[in-house]
Ligand binder design. Sequence first.
Ligand code: NAP
Length: 247
Amino acid sequence: MDTIRVAVIGAAGRMGSTVCDAVEGADDMELVARIDDGDDLGDLGGAQVAVDFTVPDASPGNVAHCISRGVHVVVGTTGWTQERLDAVRRDLLEHPEVGVLVAPNFALGAVLMMRFAQEAARFYESVEIVELHHPRKVDAPSGTAANTARMIAAARADAGLGPVPDATEHDPDGARGAQIEGIRTHAVRMRGLVAHQEVLFGAEGESLTIRHDSYDRVSFMPGVLTGVRGVVSRPGLTVGLENYLDL
Ligand code: NAP
């Protein structure tokens, strides 16, 4: 079995340090570089794959550097706009052999939750999303909730479903939550929580709830390692871990 040489960028961070432990614990991987803010990326310690868990302002530059060196990249950092993804696609034109995976959520259960919600969407007249997170989270709703809403909205449109029934006329304080492509999305911030989401479906006489809970950031590691193993043989830009899971 060939060993994959891996560099971790943002290695001292909460996610990065957990990734370092996971790579060191994987039989088929070798951790060749721990890179942090202020370090020269250089040749990334001779890595074949770099894993980036840094900050939204730094990640695009790190990815561009890796592509220019012919190093595949697995990216967990958030904040990837369409413009930033388009810049990656342009950089890859010069290096078509390089693979880049950008995954907003590496928790396998979260990816499955989104897929199951997409499958269920066409069968239910009503649907709402509730995401629940720790109170240090700065954005709302979560990227995962927004993504779920968009997937459900597309599935409803494909099935010819109309708007979700809702007679609300007066809601001066926004009690009905945000609307993302017509799907009501609610954000709870609460001490003691980590990252959780429920998708609630309703039809006459029944309901279906799909729920995922992340209790610890180790829950992201099987997905990150799947990304590292997969990216070496998938050139070009891939957005979303679901594309590596053969669902
Ligand atoms: P964190 O603890 O703040 O870690 C970020 C690390 O990156 C810090 O050690 C920081 O160093 C370092 N860093 C900043 N700029 C850098 C640069 N230019 N080059 C190299 N390293 C740099 O944050 P975290 O909780 O690990 O989260 C990191 C990112 O992952 C966030 O965007 C978060 O939203 C995302 N995330 C994604 C998933 C997913 O499943 N996709 C899951 C969890 C978190 P200094 O502190 O010295 O600046």
